[in-house]
Design a protein around this ligand. Structure first.
Ligand SMILES: Nc1ncnc2c1ncn2[C@@H]1O[C@H](COP(=O)(O)OP(=O)(O)OP(=O)(O)O)[C@@H](O)[C@H]1O
Length: 288
C-alpha cells in the first residue's frame, strides 16, 4: 500500500520499481461507484469505479472523446443524466456546499476580454466572497492568485490583449480564488509552450504539497502522465487502468506510461473482440 499522506512536491521517480498490484487510496477526495453518464443517445461513461486520493495530483488521461471532460463535469456537478454513486469531498457531487470548495477550469478560458486581469479576478472574488467586510480578504486573495500564476506584472493588462497561454493562466487564477480543496483542471496545458507547461506543472505540485489541495488534471499528452502521483487511464468511456505511474509500468512490464497505455489498449481491444455482447452494444450505439 502506498502512503498517500506523505506530500512531496516532486513527481514520482522514474525507476519503474513500484509494486505491480494497484493501490487503493485510503482517504479519497472523489469516490465513484458504477458511475454512468448518458449524453444524447450514447452511454459516454460506463459503470466507472475509482477513487481520487486527497492532497495528490491525479492525471486523467486518454484519447480525445474518451469521456474525460464528461467525467470532470460529473465531479463538479454540471453534468446531467449521471447515475451510480459519486461522492466529492464527502458529499454527493453537485451538493450546494461544494461550490466554494471546488475550483474548475474548463477547456475554454472563462475570462472577460474587456476587463483587466485584476478586474477579472475582482469580479469572481466578489461572487465567491461578497460584502464590504470581506474587501481586505478579497484583495489579498486576488493578489495571491495572480502571483500564483505568475501574472503580477500583467495585472493591469486587458485580458483581451493577453496571449492564449496567459488567458489560460487567468482562468486558473480564478479557480485558485478561495483556496479550493479540490481543483479540477480540464487540459490546462493545451497550446502552451514547453517552458510554461513545466512551470504550470511545478505550480500544481507546489499547490498540492503546500496547501494539501487535491488536483484532478486531464490531458491527452502522455509525457504529462509521468508528472502525476496517480493516473486514471481512460478509453471509450471506461477506466482502463488506475494506479501510480510506477504501478502501471510494472504491471505492463514497460518503461513509460505511454507504452503502458498502449499495452493496456491492445489488451482491452483483444478482450472486446472476444466478447460478442460488448461488440453488439458498441455497434448499436455507433449506428444511432
Ligand atoms: N453535448 C453532447 N451530446 C452528446 N454527446 C456528447 C456531447 N458532448 C460530448 N459528447 C460525446 O461524449 C463523448 C465524450 O466527450 P468528452 O468531451 O467527455 O471527451 P474528452 O475525452 O474530454 O475529449 P477531448 O479530449 O477531445 O476534450 C464523445 O464521444 C462526445 O462525442
Amino acid at each position: 500500500m502506498m502512503n498517500y499522506s506523505a506530500r512531496t512536491p516532486e513527481p514520482p521517480d522514474d525507476t519503474g520499481q513500484g509494486t505491480a498490484a494497484p493501490s487503493t487510496p485510503p482517504d479519497a477526495a472523489v469516490r465513484a461507484s458504477a458511475l454512468t453518464v448518458v449524453r444524447g443517445p450514447r452511454t459516454v461513461l460506463r459503470a466507472l469505479d475509482f477513487a481520487v486520493p486527497r492532497g495528490r495530483i491525479t492525471g486523467l488521461l486518454g484519447p480525445s472523446g474518451c469521456g474525460k471532460s464528461t467525467l470532470m463535469r460529473a465531479i463538479v456537478g454540471t453534468q446531467a443524466k449521471v447515475t451510480g454513486s459519486l461522492d466529492v469531498l464527502g458529499r454527493p457531487a453537485g451538493h450546494p456546499t461544494l461550490r466554494t470548495r471546488i475550483g474548475y477550469v474548463t477547456q475554454a478560458p472563462s475570462v472577460y476580454d474587456d476587463l483587466s486581469v485584476r478586474q477579472n479576478l475582482d469580479y469572481f472574488a466578489a461572487i465567491l466572497d461578497p460584502g464590504r467586510a470581506a474587501a481586505d480578504r478579497r484583495r489579498d486573495d486576488v493578489a495571491r492568485a495572480i502571483a500564483d500564476v505568475d501574472l503580477t506584472s500583467h495585472s493591469e493588462a486587458l485580458a483581451g490583449n493577453l496571449s492564449g497561454g496567459q488567458r489560460s493562466r487567468v482562468s486558473l487564477a480564478v479557480a485558485l480564488l478561495g483556496a479550493p480543496e479540490l481543483l479540477v483542471l480540464d487540459e490546462p496545458t493545451v497550446g502552451l509552450d514547453p517552458v510554461l507547461r513545466r512551470d504550470l506543472w511545478n505550480l500544481f505540485h507546489e499547490i498540492a504539497a503546500s496547501r494539501g489541495t487535491t488536483l484532478l488534471v486531464s490531458s491527452h499528452v502522455m509525457d504529462e502522465a509521468e508528472r502525476c502521483h496517480r493516473l486514471l487511464l481512460m478509453r471509450e468511456g471506461e477506466i482502463l487502468a488506475d494506479g501510480t505511474p510506477d504501478e502501471l509500468r510494472a504491471r505492463t512490464a514497460t518503461d513509460t506510461v505511454e507504452a503502458a497505455f498502449l499495452h493496456l489498449v491492445d489488451a482491452a481491444t483483444r478482450a472486446t473482440r472476444k466478447d460478442p455482447a460488448t461488440q453488439a452494444t458498441r455497434k448499436k450505439e455507433k449506428t444511432r
